[in-house]
Design a protein around this ligand. Structure first.
Ligand code: TPP
Ligand code: MG
Length: 589
């Protein structure tokens, strides 16, 4: 190719690196010779922003960079090829590590999957010595959107680490694929992630529609609740969260039911900015809708880590929520909006969807519908993961009830023990738990613990299977009958024995209650929900059928049809599914 026609490499991972180096204003590069870094080196050489110096010997190149970085008071990039080139960076990177010198070591390599196959020049750089860099990442060669996301996040992470909690060197292992060219005239943009700490100049608060999304969170303090409400009031914002978020204040929008609609995309999720707080959310539907339709994502997290589940993260605020809320409650005071328009819109939407809920079959969902509003004030309520949490997320408890689920690791193995632990910490408080049969039998030995108190009340929803895998929303349900034997583990633990749990529970001093239909459950509800501490702990076993569990979910998820979907349904009726499938094939859609 005529050099005058040569521009940036078409290798997307290299483009992202170059773009983000420019955003971080890192312009000095000490480059060593070789093949694997040629896409990077040739591209930066042609960009006037960069100053590229040559140093043939990598050991010397890295020390040159150290001297340059300290003298110029700015980060310096070193870059080398495969073979043993990068090994020679170690002494200077050790020096940089202990003297807090900002070096970005870009070691280029062939694909990492080639490691260990006697392929010439391919060495393994996955493990770093503890004291040569603050952060080491792989910038993978990009074939898919997921590769691009990963590469973007990794490069951002490394560049942010240079000055995070003190300055020091970082490492980017840059993969090179085959067949790149230098045809790209304009360097395409990449997503930059920025991190802010207390005391930094914070970014201006954007205009537009704002929502907070809360994952699992410990109960909020009174002061934090006041700050959330003040923030929402100032910015006409709302809070999307589920039971595990433990925010049930004025701006709480319990939108799980709206988000779960299979054939309706609610406009309430169309936000300009979504501010994430808290840990993992077990509410797949709500977090999916909140992330899918927002434009920008900020995250507030005291650990300052990059957690980018929506692939849209732009700013991380390394501070506790209170500091963030207070900073922005007074920020941009000229822009402060007064009024709860967005909250009003959300509440109308919730009412519109809730109105459509018909009589539901006897199921975990129906139990939640009946009992959630009646859980006594100030109780704690624990859920098994997935189906139990999902069922109870559709309905609301009294705001004083605190709500928990093991969504950190998503195990069915410790829910009952976790409930027991909570009940021991607060012996005067009622502690309820809702568990499926597999979760219950997994962890039932906890009920034999001699510390167990009378404040524990458990609902065991026994359908003799892991119904999660049989629900129509689960991919395994397509296996139909085949799902039962192993994937859903049907028929274990007495296969809905009417005596097994009763004997165990009674022998351990529980009051045992049972319901096999709606009326039976309603009849014992007063006893089970007695707000006074009873003499004994209670165990309520409810026998449901997987079919009813499935029907209840399908019913709740099919309440509203969007106008667009109504059209699709009508066309389907006229054309038939097969014709549509053939048409899709022809169109390639
Ligand atoms: C320790 C552990 N093993 C396996 C799983 C996978 N898993 C998720 S949900 C589930 C089924 C739970 O069944 P059950 O407790 O009866 O609740 P249901 O779905 O029937 O309401 C399983 C096995 C897990 N999350 N944790
Ligand atoms: Mg079950």
């Amino acid at each position: 190719m005529n050099p005058s026609e040569s521009y940036y490499t078409s290798a997307r991972n290299v483009q992202i690196l170059i773009y983000l180096l420019k955003q971080h204003k890192i312009k000095k590069i000490v480059a060593s010779p070789g093949t694997q870094n040629m896409d990077f080196v040739a591209s930066v050489m042609r960009d006037d922003f960069f100053q590229v110096f040559s140093a043939a010997d990598e050991r010397s190149a890295a020390y040159i960079a150290c001297g340059m970085a300290v003298e110029a008071r700015e980060p310096v990039v070193i870059t080398c090829t495969g073979a043993t080139a990068s090994r020679n960076y170690l002494s200077a990177l050790t020096e940089a590590y202990y003297r807090h010198v900002p070096i970005v070591a870009v070691t280029a390599t062939q694909l990492s999957s080639w490691i260990g196959h006697n392929i010439p020049q391919v060495i393994d750089r996955d493990a770093m010595q503890n004291d040569v860099c603050k952060c080491s990442v792989r910038a993978r060669y990009i074939n898919t959107p997921d590769d691009e996301w990963d590469c973007t996040v990794q490069i951002n992470k490394a560049l942010l680490a240079i000055h995070h909690h003190g300055t020091g060197p970082v490492h980017i292992n840059l993969e090179r694929g085959n067949g790149t060219d230098f045809s790209v005239k304009q360097l395409p943009a990449a997503r930059m992630i920025r991190r802010f700490a207390i005391g930094d100049d914070l970014p201006a608060f954007p205009t537009g529609r704002v929502a907070i999304f809360m994952g699992a969170h410990r109960p909020w303090t009174e002061q934090e609740m006041v700050a959330i409400d003040a923030f929402c009031q100032a910015h006409d914002a709302v809070v999307f969260t589920d039971q595990t978020g433990n925010y049930k204040g004025k701006y709480f929008v319990p939108a799980t039911l709206v988000a779960s609609q299979d054939r309706y995309d609610s406009p309430i999720f169309e936000t300009d900015l979504l501010i994430q707080m808290g840990d993992v959310s077990g509410d797949y539907a709500l977090q999916g809708a909140a992330g899918r339709f927002t434009h920008h994502v900020w995250r507030v997290d005291p650990d300052g880590k990059i957690k980018d589940n929506y692939h849209k993260l732009e700013c991380v605020f390394e501070m506790d929520e209170l500091a963030f809320l207070q900073a922005y409650a007074i920020h941009n005071s000229d822009d402060v909006k007064h009024g709860d328009d967005f909250l009003d819109e959300c509440q109308q939407e919730l009412a519109m969807v809730r109105e459509q809920v018909p009589e539901l079959p006897f199921s975990n969902i129906w139990i939640a519908q009946q009992l959630a509003p009646r859980i006594p004030a100030h109780a704690a309520l624990h859920f098994g993961i997935l189906n139990s949490l999902r069922s109870w997320n559709f309905f609301q408890t009294d705001p004083s009830v605190t709500t928990f689920c093991n969504v950190g690791g998503f195990g069915i193995d410790g829910g009952v023990s976790t409930l027991l632990g909570a009940s021991l910490a607060s012996p005067d408080k009622l502690c309820f738990g809702v568990f499926g049969d597999l979760a219950f039998f997994y962890d039932m030995n906890a009920l034999g613990n001699r510390h167990l108190g009378r404040n524990v009340r458990i609902i065991l929803v026994n359908n003799a299977t892991g119904v999660e895998f049989k629900l129509y929303i689960h991919p395994a349900s397509r296996l139909e009958e085949e799902v039962n034997g192993v994937i859903a583990a049907t028929g274990h633990y007495g296969n809905k024995s009417p005596q097994l749990v009763q004997h165990y529970a009674q022998d351990l001093g529980f009051t045992y209650l049972r319901a096999t239909n709606k009326q039976e459950l309603l009849d014992i509800a007063d006893t089970f929900l007695d707000p006074q501490l009873s003499d004994r702990p209670m165990l309520l076993e409810v026998f449901t059928s997987p079919d009813d569990d499935n029907k209840a979910l399908l019913t709740l998820n099919s309440l509203v049809l969007s106008p667009e979907n109504r059209r699709k349904q009508a066309i389907k009726k006229i054309l038939g599914e097969k014709t549509i499938a053939t048409a899709r094939k022809i169109l390639g859609k």
